[in-house]
Design a protein around this ligand. Structure first.
Ligand code: 13P
Ligand code: SF4
Length: 390
């Protein structure tokens, strides 16, 4: 199927090499009124070191500019775990990130998410009741002591608690290899929630053939998530049927388009992209790995990037002076629309509320959930600190 590369992108991402650079700069200007920027800066100054703002790489420019620490999911969780002086945290990311920060900070430190609609569609695909039900069915087929559950950090606190209680752990896109390698050493097979793509891509890189991976489709009426008992017994990896609604937009045809039209372009994608896309790409890695690869690349190189467009736009602007060119892999906008809910206005309102001693909106994880999730997170930090590779 021929792909039509539009002449007008719905946002300011530079996806088309024909697009004049001036257009991009013009479109890339933040539209936040200067008075609002001043108001936020003033409010923020009032808190000094008592407040820490954590921002994810996908966050829009007019919000992430206020982050004290910007990073990928692993870096932000490590930072939250190491904070000493903060009395309040504002998370410029999505719900699961704020929940994780709440687990890792002192229970007296409120963690604020400026807009409660900033969820993660992938995390929503793994509900704890569906997981408990699947586990129950699997326990009739096998000793679940030999099954190690791993959840991607993009999951609810309840799912993190579940893996903690069942001897498993958590991974991010930057430590997934180390974590899955560890999990394979614990028993006969692993169950990976909620992102089938990260689970498949990483397991494959570790040498597990695709035939040994099955998908547990929680939407299937069927007793065994769409599998036979033989499929399950023969498997080494049981992947939950979940995905990221942003990364599923990138297709193998997009990679082919760039290869055909710009043979010297390097293709780099996030491992939440499908197996076929990752296989066709030159590189894959976490948001920080994508940024660092482009920063470290030689001047004059060109990059087609398969991840959220705010990151792509920002890194493109950053390296333009070094003569590097960065494009979005897809011809249309791929935005994390939930993270985009955190607007400068929402941030201003959360800061104002905090100034008045109110929380708009506080994310809290209860004591029991925190206990088991933190066991899982501690395991993740330990495994990450040991061994080689990502
Ligand atoms: P990173 O851990 O690579 O920052 O990814 C987080 C995420 O949600 C990607 O969609
Ligand atoms: Fe969730 Fe996808 Fe947004 Fe990442 S990009 S936070 S996985 S919806």
């Amino acid at each position: 199927m021929a792909i039509e590369f539009q002449t007008k992108a719905p946002m300011d991402v530079r996806w088309n090499p024909e697009q004049p650079i001036e257009d991009v700069e013009e479109m890339g200007k933040p539209d936040t009124p200067p008075e609002l920027v001043e108001e936020i800066s003033e409010l923020r100054r009032g808190f000094g070191k008592d407040l820490v703002l954590l921002g994810h790489h996908y966050q829009r420019d007019d919000v992430v500019r206020f982050a004290d620490k910007r990073g990928d999911s692993l870096a932000l969780s490590q930072y939250a775990a190491s904070m000493q002086d903060a009395k309040f945290v504002i998370f410029l990311g999505v719900h699961f990130m704020a929940e994780t920060a709440d687990m890792l900070t002192d229970p007296d430190v409120p963690v604020i998410l400026p807009d409660m609609r900033a969820g993660c569609t992938m995390a929503d695909m793994a509900e704890i009741d569906d997981i408990e039900e699947a586990w129950e069915k699997l326990s009739e087929l096998m000793d679940t002591e030999t099954l190690t559950p791993i959840t991607y950090i993009n999951s609810t606190a309840e799912v993190k608690e579940f893996v903690g209680r069942h001897g498993g752990t958590i991974c991010t896109s930057s430590n997934a290899k180390k974590i899955i390698r560890w999990a394979m050493e614990q028993g006969e097979r692993i169950m990976f929630f909620p992102d089938q793509h990260l689970g498949r891509n990483t397991s494959y890189e570790l040498g597990i053939p695709l035939e040994k991976m099955i998908v547990w489709n929680w939407q299937e009426e069927d007793e065994l998530g769409g599998n036979t008992s033989d499929d399950i017994r023969n498997s080494r990896v049981i992947l939950w049927h979940g995905h990221c609604s942003v990364h599923q937009h990138f297709t193998p045809a997009h990679v082919e388009h760039w290869r055909n039209t710009n043979p010297d372009v390097n293709v780099i994608v996030h491992p939440e992209c499908s197996f076929e896309v990752v296989q066709k790409a030159d590189y894959n890695g976490s948001t920080s790995a994508i940024i660092n690869t482009i920063l470290d690349a030689a001047p004059g190189t060109k990059w087609a990037v398969g991840t959220e467009n705010h990151l792509v736009q920002r890194i493109g602007n950053e390296v333009r002076e070094q003569g590097k060119e960065v494009f979005s892999l897809a011809p249309y906008a791929c935005l994390c629309s939930t993270m985009f809910r955190i607007s400068p206005w929402a941030l201003r309102d959360s800061l104002k509320a905090l100034q008045e001693g109110k929380f708009r909106f506080r994310i809290t994880v209860d004591e029991e959930t925190r206990k088991w999730s933190n066991i899982a997170l501690e395991r993740m930090f330990e495994i990450t600190a040991k061994g080689n590779g990502s």
